[in-house]
Design a protein around this ligand. Sequence first.
Ligand SMILES: [Zn+2]
Length: 501
Amino acid sequence: MLAKIHSRAQAGVDAPEVVVEVHMSSGLPALAIVGLPEAAVRESKDRVRSALINSRFDFPARRITVNLAPADLPKEGGRFDLPIALGILVASGQLPAETLRDVEFLGELSLSGELRPVRGALPAALKSRAAGRSLLVPADNADEAALVSDATVLGARHLLDVCAHLLGQQRLTPHASELGDRLPRYDDMNEVRGQHQAKRALEIAAAGGHSLLFIGPPGTGKSMLASRLPGILPPMNEEEALESAAVASISDRGFDAALWRRRSVRTPHHTASGIALVGGGSYPRPGEISLAHHGVLFLDELPEFDRRALEVLREPLESGSIVVSRAARQAEFPARFQLIAAMNPCPCGYLGDSSGRCHCTSDQIQRYRARVSGPLLDRIDLHVEVPRLAHDVLRPGSAPDGEASEQIAQRVVAARRSQLQRCGKPNARLGTREVNRNCTLGEGSHRLLERAMEQLGLSARGYHRVLKVARTIADLAGSEVIADAHVAEAIGYRVLDRNSA
Ligand SMILES: [Zn+2]
């Protein structure tokens, strides 16, 4: 009269184990669900009852108690419908208990017994593999769950299919994902006309994992450039692809097979709320910075963003993750994104333009720039100007300009490899001590950097950023020694320091 079914909740990108216990006793017929269920789980009663009856099972006229254990774990949504229904069938003797022991179940039921997809099937598959059990999910979740190699994933469309499988009448075959080795395609760098300095800065950013700020008037291709970054980054490895798919899997949009192994470019608008940006809500959901995990976060018109929202970005920029708290609940989401930001040189955007249409006062310009100054700007490694180009350069239909993304990516991959061999991480993430050990300069370059520091008024943090960028430039050149030219180029990417000096 007591059945235990294995299932999983969802907390951040984790999928903690939940045991669904179903107990039947004499007394007035009733169905009660205990164990901190949310409203959506309580609604599960009606769905489970209809699904069982419409699938021609007996709905026992007994007192049924469903306990979701442990009780202190928040439980959301219809994911427990299927385990509850199976628990009732086992407790009433309509299904044998032993066939369910090594399987975990997730799935929402329709009133007719069809299985509807749930959020977070991929994180659940990771955990059931670790627990040595197979995972049975709605068919629409099977592709995503089966991305976890060596996980045994079964997909079913209807409660009756699940029962036929458990009764040994018609076995479900383990689902094999067809997504595996597919490589994504990105827009090519050579579609961007001109802007060679900006392209070079993107290559350096890609090679060392550096954050980058484009400064230039509207319509100079800043967002076009940013969208080309994934195409020159090293391809995602299996672990990165799984982590990034796991975030999508728990987001409101859900997992999308078309985006598998694709580095995402997230471009939140400057009016986006703090929650949309960093995550949150009463059932904490990942925000833009987590959806950009192992991809690119592009913040266009940086000074227009809410300053408090930008301040929150400092933490994940360093740690690669974000903890979202709401009331008593906490969730941690990964957020290892590469930041590309863009801004106009002045409020109107046309400072220094030959048309002379900019009438911004120096006061206005200073106020505008002050909005991004401080701690966030301090964490951006490269600043580069993206000037307006002559019309004939921009003329559409002209041939590809400069190298293709594939060629650039080869240098980036080689440079990354030497960084990983040296310190086990990209240069952008080197700590102070690692910088001091691995970014040593010769006498001449040291003097060059000292002079620049004085002239630009560089902070100690800015100083270390120049060293890290110089290290990446040397890596791109295949040089173990950081030469004068590498330092000089790195200093050139501190435009905003220069202007404010
Ligand atoms: Zn202006």
